[in-house]
Design a protein around this ligand. Structure first.
Ligand code: GDP
Length: 421
């Protein structure tokens, strides 16, 4: 019997402890060593309006001054008369922690949402994501695929202004344009400017908007082999989305003497690395500790695959048969022959119609002449018939007028005169 004909209930999976040592229990260790040797990499797209604390948060996340903080001094405010151009800037850094290397690339998009008309402000960013997919696709089709560098965007942190209301049209437009191309992770910027209650309500309104608009956020899959602890940890992380974050690399001293990263206010201190104060830790766990590989896997297996399929399909349609004809001499010859035959048929039809019109003209002329001749013939016949009739009448008259003994040479009479006339 083949496998498919065996009822599922009869297939027995034997779970058994091995008597001796085989060695595959060490596979994770192999993988671990290999991963450490290779190092890790992450490409992070960071999008949001100016001064929402993007640079600060990136520096805080990776504990490194990747960006000069305080964008107020970083660049002047744009001239409102000038159209604002969104640019794409990339910062890369190799960071190391306990001998584990992380090659980090942050893609920043200054100018986003700064124009008076922000209709197309998302476009350069979507173009950047697409172009990274395109480059990967190009590299994949090369002969040597062993050295492909993965520059695809693995996650997008989208910064929402802490208005406390709901999403702005710009937020919705951007997220709708990007959500099927990247793992989208929305964050509420500078959440220390909102109260705990305001944050909860704001989060709910944001999630409602996101659901209503059909926007998909990053959501790690649950695996059968995950234990309950792992599942609970995942759920706890994802329950915080959109993450209310606070960023700061400043070390400050708390009243109880601890040195913490935080922001100091007259009313107290906001600790960045304190889960009771903000969602920074949860966001960091998502990006780095728990789901970095998941972000990359979803990018490769789902988002990139969808892009690749759509792209190749589109190329196939655009190429049509004409591309193949271009390269196939038999098809090309056949096409040329058909073209030539069509041309000949067209010429023949034209000549035929000219000939026909000439013939019908001549026929018409002939018909006209015939009618003319017929009319003339009739007229002459009528004339002759009339004359015959007249002559016959005269003949009858003469016969009546004829004397019984007619002289042989008599002078013409009055009546004869009339006849002569
Ligand atoms: P970017 O333009 O989005 O990169 O913003 P920056 O990171 O340069 O920050 C702009 C300003 O906001 C700076 O003065 C930061 O100190 C401040 N800032 C950054 N993060 C926070 C935050 O979480 N809370 C508050 N209150 N201010 C912040």
């Amino acid at each position: 019997t083949t496998e498919s004909t065996v009822p599922k209930s009869e297939v027995k999976v034997i779970r058994r402890k091995l008597n001796g040592y085989v060695g595959f229990a060490n596979l994770p260790k192999q993988w671990h060593r290999k991963s450490i040797r290779r190092g890790f990499s992450l490409n992070l797209l960071v999008v949001g309006e100016r001064s929402l604390g993007k640079s600060t948060l990136i520096n805080t996340l990776f504990n490194k001054d990747l960006y000069p903080v305080d964008s107020f001094s970083k660049a002047s405010f744009p001239d409102p008369e000038e159209p604002v151009k969104v640019s794409v800037e990339t910062v890369s850094a190799d960071i190391e922690e306990n001998n584990v290397k992380l090659s980090l690339t942050v893609i920043d998009c200054p100018g986003f949402g700064e124009g008076i008309n922000n209709t197309d402000t998302w476009k350069p960013i979507v173009d950047e994501v697409n172009s990274r997919f395109d480059k990967y696709l190009e590299a994949e089709t090369k002969i040597n695929r062993s050295t492909i560098v993965d520059n695809r965007v693995h996650a997008c942190l989208y910064f929402i202004e802490p208005t406390g209301h709901s999403l702005k049209p710009l937020d919705i437009t951007f997220m709708k344009q990007i959500h099927e191309k990247v793992n989208l992770i929305p964050v509420i910027a500078k959440s220390d400017t909102l109260t705990e209650k305001e944050i909860q309500e704001f989060k709910q309104r944001i999630l409602d908007d996101i659901n209503n608009q059909g926007i998909k956020l990053f959501n790690p899959p649950e695996y059968d082999h995950d234990d309950e602890e792992t599942r609970a940890a995942s759920r706890q992380i994802m329950a915080k989305a959109p993450f209310a974050v606070v960023g700061s690399t400043n070390q400050i001293q708390t009243p109880d003497g601890r040195i913490v990263r935080g922001r100091s206010y007259p009313w107290g201190i906001i600790e960045i690395d304190n889960e009771d104060h903000c969602d920074f830790i949860k966001l960091r766990q998502l990006l780095i500790r728990n789901f970095m590989e998941e972000l990359k896997e979803i990018t490769a297996n789902k988002l990139y695959e969808n892009y690749r399929t759509a792209k190749l399909k589109k190329l196939g349609i655009e190429q049509d048969d004409s591309v193949f004809r271009e390269f196939d001499p038999v098809l090309k010859q056949e096409e040329e022959k058909q073209l030539h035959e069509a041309k000949l048929a067209n010429m023949e039809a034209q000549l035929r119609s000219i000939f026909q019109s000439k013939v019908s003209k001549e026929e018409k002329k002939l018909q006209e002449t015939e009618a003319d001749l017929f009319a003339k013939h009739k007229e002459m016949r009528d004339k002759l018939l009339k004359q015959i009739k007249l002559l016959e009448e005269k003949k009858k008259e003469l016969e009546l007028a004829k004397p019984l003994h007619e002289p042989t040479h008599s002078a013409p009479t009055k009546t004869r005169k009339g006849f002569l006339r």
